[in-house]
Design a protein around this ligand. Structure first.
Ligand SMILES: Cc1cc2nc3c(=O)[nH]c(=O)nc-3n(C[C@H](O)[C@H](O)[C@H](O)COP(=O)(O)OP(=O)(O)OC[C@H]3O[C@@H](n4cnc5c(N)ncnc54)[C@H](O)[C@@H]3O)c2cc1C
Length: 470
């Protein structure tokens, strides 16, 4: 059957206005943030309810049509972009954007998959609660995409990955069946925990249409400092001091290199260097508490003064109010964006055991500089979780395309070092299309076989997000 005939049938199911077929209408769904993929699709479908998603999937399954779920399209491994073969239909979840329930007493919230993370924060805040997931892309990414990619971000240190924030899911299976696992229970040991399979599955096993999520007390006290340090060893020592003294009150601990702060000052509107002198490395450190009982500022000062005494802290600026806290975080969250302004950037989203980060950074920075003289490593990120975004900007004046052509070679060098340190080649961004072939190199044959068997059990025809992960 011709795509036009399918489009007409889909229009009967979800309304003509929600079947996009013109090049202009489809365009925003076909490119992604890093410009690594340019997708091709016969149509973009925008169902508005779980039942409509189910109707679309039932029809697609019966007619052997491939489908790619897409949330906010901020994913960094290409999973949400239809392949160049042109035979994958994009199913956008953006219209499923209702908050279904908020239960402040039970500290839970039920949201549809297309709710934007910022809007979810607002809904929690209105109920005097916190939904802690925090990402640089939170103005665009959707909770369904966050769950499908098991997103990490800056609050993992205190609250865990997205996986730790999910209580239940509603999922439309590739066959169109609706699985209602939307429970808000904190304890439920009744057989296999099926929701875990869909979390981090990157849309390969089913389409998440709604989620029951955990809420937390909203911080009443929040303090942050921007700290200058000499080297990653000092950063690690400060982390140990902070974690030992603050425990779960330590809600942010992010590392930034000098070059990253320079990029922000240069390219991020209104950003300024938080400290008077230059330092080789920086830490953005945040402490917060849901209770008025703690003097969080005293605790922050005590940790940093111990750091000064030990000689690991060179200088620190304390945020004097919430707007300054936000200014500090703007620099951290701007790190990905500003690198775009500096030409090509080869990325590695890696993790190693926290205590090995300084050694990893030494080795990896030396290795990429030997491979591409004058390249500019910009390693930053969630050091408290052992997760570094080891990004490497092109040498000044180099040809961008020529530099990016060395992507795989540099990846191989950095991932080899990650492997030596017992780390992961994808700490939080997932596998998608970008790292699919790499996955086979780092997983055992048995692990790959088990993953393929899970895929086949949920999607025997291989129609949902084909070519991603397995
Ligand atoms: C500036 C910036 C900063 C970022 N910072 C972080 C960070 O700190 N930590 C981090 O982990 N990530 C980060 N990311 C990556 C990205 O934002 C996250 O992976 C996010 O969770 C993706 O959500 P999305 O709605 O945009 O999903 P999309 O990009 O639309 O999709 C991601 C994957 O999930 C699938 N999918 C989407 N929605 C559904 C659904 N409802 N059901 C089933 N499958 C679905 C897609 O097919 C795709 O495979 C960042 C990205 C940017 C651009």
């Amino acid at each position: 059957m011709e795509p036009t005939a399918h489009a007409e049938r889909f229009a009967d199911l979800i309304g003509k206005a929600n079947v996009l077929t013109s090049p202009e209408d489809k365009a925003p769904y076909l490119t992604e943030w890093r410009d690594l993929y340019q997708g091709v699709t016969p149509m973009v479908l925008r169902p508005g309810t779980t039942e409509e998603v189910s109707a679309v999937m039932t029809y697609a399954y019966e007619n052997d049509l491939k489908v790619v779920p897409q949330g906010g399209n901020t994913g960094l491994v290409g999973g949400q972009i239809p392949q160049e073969s042109g035979d994958e239909i994009v199913l956008s979840l953006g219209r499923l954007n209702r908050i279904r329930t908020v239960d402040p007493a039970g500290f839970t919230l039920v949201a549809e998959a297309g709710v934007i993370l910022d809007a979810l924060h607002d809904a929690a805040e209105k109920a005097d609660r916190l939904f802690p997931l925090s990402l640089g892309s939170q103005g665009s990414c959707q909770i369904g995409g966050n769950i499908s990619s098991n997103a990490g971000g800056t609050a993992v240190l205190a609250y865990g990955n997205t996986r730790d924030l999910v209580l239940g899911l509603e999922v439309v299976l590739p066959s169109g069946e609706i699985w209602n696992g939307l429970r808000t229970l904190r304890k439920d040991n009744t057989g296999y925990d099926l929701k875990q399979l869909f979390i981090g599955a990157e849309g390969t096993l089913g389409i998440i249409t709604a989620a029951a999520l955990k809420l937390f007390p909203r911080p009443k006290k929040l303090e942050a400092a921007f700290v200058g340090l000499r080297d990653p060893q000092s950063v690690l020592r400060l982390f140990t001091l902070a974690k030992a003294q603050a425990g779960s009150l330590l809600t942010g601990f992010e590392i930034l290199p000098r070059i990253g702060v320079e990029f922000c000052v240069r390219h991020l509107e209104g950003a300024r260097d938080p400290l008077e002198c230059e330092h080789a490395w920086y830490v953005l450190m945040e402490l917060s508490s849901g209770s008025d009982a703690f003097n969080v500022r005293d605790l922050l000062e005590s940790i940093l003064s111990e750091g000064f005494e030990e000689g690991v802290v060179e200088d620190a600026a304390f945020a004097q109010n919430l707007s300054q806290v936000e200014d500090f975080w703007r620099i951290r969250h701007g790190m990905s964006e500003v690198q775009k302004q500096e030409g090509g950037s080869i990325k590695h989203d890696v993790s190693v055991p926290v205590a090995l980060i300084p050694d990893f950074l030494d080795k990896a920075m030396a290795a990429v500089s030997a491979l591409v003289p004058n390249c500019r490593p910009v390693p930053f990120g969630h050091i408290g979780d052992g997760n570094i975004h080891f990004n490497v900007s092109q040498p000044i004046g180099a040809d961008k395309a020529e530099y990016l052509a060395g992507w795989d070679e540099m990846n191989a060098v950095v991932h080899g070092i990650v492997d030596d340190f017992g780390g992961s080649i994808s700490a939080e961004h997932g596998i998608g299309r970008l790292k699919r072939d790499l996955l086979q190199e780092v997983k055992s044959d048995l692990e790959m076989d088990l993953m393929r068997r899970v895929k086949a059990a949920f999607d025997p025809k291989g129609l949902l997000n084909p070519g991603r992960i397995v």
